[in-house]
Design a protein around this ligand. Structure first.
Ligand code: PLP
Length: 392
């Protein structure tokens, strides 16, 4: 966290110390049940958590896996995406949105984001990226609100494409009452520790209402295994119908997540209050080019602030200035995906200006339920000091 001196009280970018303190009795009871049963992977606690997420999101199937990245790869494969297929992905998102497509042995094709403030796929740019190999479009719901699902679903219907949602950041986000991940064929959740619902390590989930996709994903997460069979010659054997992987969820993670799920809606409300307070203080501040713009899309529901992202001038200098005052920040995402070394060679010089601009200007500020208003004031004061030239 840089050069914080003795009189500085560091404000980390992320901590969940307060949540853990509050929930400790519940967490230890949940984890205790796992120890008592002695099944630590893909056991009863995982099944309980899958059921609880099914109830929270309304998903017919919630399939626990090892990470949000694995959830994306397995969802793509279970939906039938594979070699020769193209999937349209936004250029401004976490790397895994595209690498999951590559790992499913298909090709990610990059499109630009809208200029509306949702940082999500622009339907016009998607349309331009479609070829006769395009099989699916992968909207990503970033930061606090969903992509324009009405337009993207309409486009997918017209062009006969699957819609697979990268809803890794989107727990609690809903579109006209339907939870993120359930508007198309399926979606995913990440429970990486910093997420709105975070575990003590990696964990993820596939959400789908499609029985066939769910069945395939369930098989793929466990080596493609069809179950134990007894063969007259070979004896007991495990048969794999497809080549799957080992991506099961740990029961200890499921136990922690079960406990934290009980606070989720309250924490989402707290995050919204803090986000509103940031916006009130930062709007109009010199050097701050944009505070979150919530796109009023008729039926879209209330925002869920996984992170609080602003756009600023001289972003990297501001990051250093804040670090010098003990304030942690993150840059989501500094490199557009079409310019990543592993993807830059697959197309000629592709220009996606809005994604490129977002990569240069966006900055995430500390936001978590136990952040205090006094800490928030300190962050805002440090930002205005920087642009007013008060660097110390
Ligand atoms: C948009 C997005 N997609 C995919 C992922 C991958 O999730 P995980 O880190 O659990 O693998 C993340 C989280 O980091 C994400 O934010």
């Amino acid at each position: 966290m840089g050069t914080a001196s003795a009189d500085i009280h560091p404000i980390p970018f992320f901590t969940q110390a307060g949540t853990f303190e509050e929930l400790w009795p519940l967490i230890s009871r949940q984890v205790g049940e796992v120890f008592d049963r002695g099944k630590f992977s893909h056991g009863r606690k995982v099944a309980e958590f899958e059921k609880a997420i099914g109830e929270y999101t309304g998903a017919r199937h919630a399939i626990g896996v090892n990470s949000g990245t694995d959830a994306l790869v397995l969802l793509l494969r279970a939906a039938g995406i594979g070699p020769g297929d193209e999937v349209v992905v936004p250029a401004f998102t976490f790397f895994a949105s595209a690498s999951a497509v590559t790992m499913a042995r298909a090709t990610p094709v990059f499109a630009d984001i809208t200029g509306d403030g949702d940082y999500a796929l622009d339907p016009v740019s998607v349309e331009a990226a479609i070829t006769d190999r395009t099989r699916a479009v992968l909207p990503v719901h970033l930061f606090s609100q969903m992509a324009d699902m009405e337009a993207l679903l309409d486009l997918a219907r017209r062009r006969d494409l699957l819609v697979l949602e990268d809803s890794a950041e989107a727990i609690g986000m809903r579109w006209d009452g339907t939870h993120a991940g359930l508007l198309g064929t399926g979606g995913v959740l990440s429970f990486f520790p910093t997420k709105t619902l975070g575990a003590l390590g990696d964990a993820g989930m596939i959400l789908t209402d499609d029985d066939q996709v769910a069945e395939r994903a369930g098989v793929l997460r466990h080596h493609g295994r069809l179950g134990k069979t007894i063969d007259h010659i070979a004896g007991i054997s495990n048969l794999s119908g497809v080549s799957g992987t080992n991506s099961k969820m740990d029961d200890v993670q499921a136990a922690v997540l079960m406990a934290k799920l009980s606070l989720l809606d309250e924490e989402i409300r707290r995050r919204r209050v803090l986000a509103d307070a940031y916006t009130e203080r930062l709007r109009g501040t010199d050097g701050v080019l944009a505070v979150p713009r919530l796109v009023p899309r008729g039926v879209a529901s209330a925002p869920v602030f996984y992170v609080y992202v602003i756009e600023v001038e001289r972003r990297d200098e501001l990051v250093a200035h804040l670090a010098g005052r003990g304030i942690g920040t993150e840059t989501y995402y500094p490199q557009p995906l079409h310019t990543q070394p592993c993807y830059a060679g697959q197309h000629g010089r592709l220009s996606l200006p809005r994604a490129e601009e977002a990569c240069r200007r966006t900055l995430a500020l500390p936001l978590y339920p136990d952040l205090t208003e006094a800490q928030l004031d300190t962050v805002c004061a440090a930002i205005s000091d920087f642009y007013a030239g008060r660097q110390r």
